[in-house]
Design a protein around this ligand. Sequence first.
Ligand SMILES: Nc1ncnc2c1ncn2[C@@H]1O[C@H](COP(=O)(O)OP(=O)(O)OP(=O)(O)O)[C@@H](O)[C@H]1O
Ligand SMILES: [Mg+2]
Length: 286
Amino acid sequence: MIEDQASSLRKMNQSRLIKVIAVTGGKGGVGKTNITLNTAIAMAKQGKRVMVLDADLGLANVDVMLGLRVEKNLSHVLSGECTLDEVLVTGPHGIKIAPATSGTQSMTELSPTQHAGLIRAFSELRSQVDVLIVDTAAGISDMVLSFARASQDILVVVCDEPTSLTDAYALIKILNRDYGVFRFKIVANMVRDVREGQELFSKLSKVTGRFLDVALELVATVPFDENIRRAVRKQSAIVDAFPASPAAVAISQLATKAAGWPIPAQPGGHLEFFVEQLVAGKVAGN
Ligand SMILES: Nc1ncnc2c1ncn2[C@@H]1O[C@H](COP(=O)(O)OP(=O)(O)OP(=O)(O)O)[C@@H](O)[C@H]1O
Ligand SMILES: [Mg+2]
């Protein structure tokens, strides 16, 4: 009997092991939502069960981009009106999308009811998920920082514009200084070719190397590709609509790579840990 309980507990824990990736960038319009969505769909095509958490209430919402009908969002989950499973909408290849909550309230300043609602929402989640990808808003709000620091891997999307580099630097600096984050995965987006992506990465790592103690890794260079816009106009994703186009190939490679990133040993690899981190404050001593 005790043996049974122990094994079902073990099974439950194993089933809740999850990879959590946040997609950030600091600057608006650098391609965060497109990278999120296409990485999610590419991972789903590779057999992963993927959930996208839309933490951005911008105009180009994940659901809007795919032409999906959304009735309830995360704010209804936070208020306890419905469960997380009830707000999930299903996108291409079975990806689950948790639609954005309204407002820009900080995750660290939730009311006690919302706090309990969030914890309950994730602990009651019945949908089986291997990978959770969080699309964050532009800027460096508390909301963005909370989602980033709670995730295991942080993708920082940059493009070759001075403001993109300065905003990415500012984001990395705050996450490092105030939240103790050390590793960042860089995606060079809208570049001409791999070389330009590497140059962009060098520019960013030169400044971080001078002023911060962080480790940056270039994980993808996604070329500028008109098919991204063409796919969006068709309310589709480039990895589906134009899978052989250069950006789709680059993002599919990123998805394959991301699937191999290790999930931390307990407790960091658990969904509960993500939620705990989400609502926790800055690291002590900072
Ligand atoms: N590799 C690319 N090639 C061509 N166009 C791209 C590429 N990546 C993104 N775009 C275009 O750039 C625009 C911004 O993309 P997206 O909405 O994904 O950015 P974002 O960072 O999520 O923006 P926001 O900060 O507003 O949420 C869109 O019009 C999109 O089609
Ligand atoms: Mg976006």
